[in-house]
Design a protein around this ligand. Structure first.
Ligand code: SF4
Ligand code: SF4
Length: 159
């Protein structure tokens, strides 16, 4: 007799189970969605987000980078290449004696630790919250100075 009641209970549990599952599904319909329509909407990143680098300028347009290579020395991934040259009166790029004639970051090697930003004495290199950096080839993931340098605020856009 007790086996009979156990069987009835088991059948009842199995009949009710799908409705319990559906109850959870319908209960979620009213919940706020956790997905967003990227890239139309971008989730706001945390204040300490560290993604794509930029090379900053001063308000007068001069480059903050003085080609000292401290960022390259601090980089644990050996991802930064800096080649410095002298500023002249005819061709001045930064306020100091030297500037980076060539500056590259290999984004494949980079681990986004932010040590380069910490090491920079002028605030030239900075990691921003831009994370859309997918490229098709390895070569395209070597970001050059031209790609990293922010636009000159004193130069009018022509487009
Ligand atoms: S974030 Fe870290 S790994 Fe990437 S370039 Fe800077 S120091 Fe190197
Ligand atoms: S980014 Fe900063 S640390 Fe790196 S070479 Fe330029 S001034 Fe020096």
């Amino acid at each position: 007799m007790s086996d009979f009641f156990e069987d009835v209970k088991q059948i009842a549990r199995e009949v009710v189970a799908p409705f319990k599952g559906l109850g959870i599904t319908f209960g979620q319909l009213g919940e706020r969605k956790t997905t967003i329509s990227f890239p139309d909407y971008r989730r706001v990143m945390g204040v300490r987000a560290r993604w794509r680098h930029v090379l900053n300028r001063y308000d007068n347009g001069l480059e903050k980078c003085i080609g000292c290579s401290l960022c390259a020395g601090a980089c644990p991934s050996n991802a930064i290449l800096v080649v410095a040259d002298e500023n002249t009166d005819e061709a001045r790029f930064s306020p100091g004696e030297r500037y980076a004639v060539r500056y590259e970051i290999n984004m494949i090697r980079c681990i986004y630790c932010g040590f380069c930003q910490e090491a920079c004495p002028t605030g030239a290199v900075e990691l921003k919250d831009v994370f859309e950096m997918a490229e098709s080839t390895r070569h395209d993931l070597i970001f050059t100075k031209e790609m990293l340098l922010v636009p000159d605020p004193n130069r009018e856009r022509v487009d």
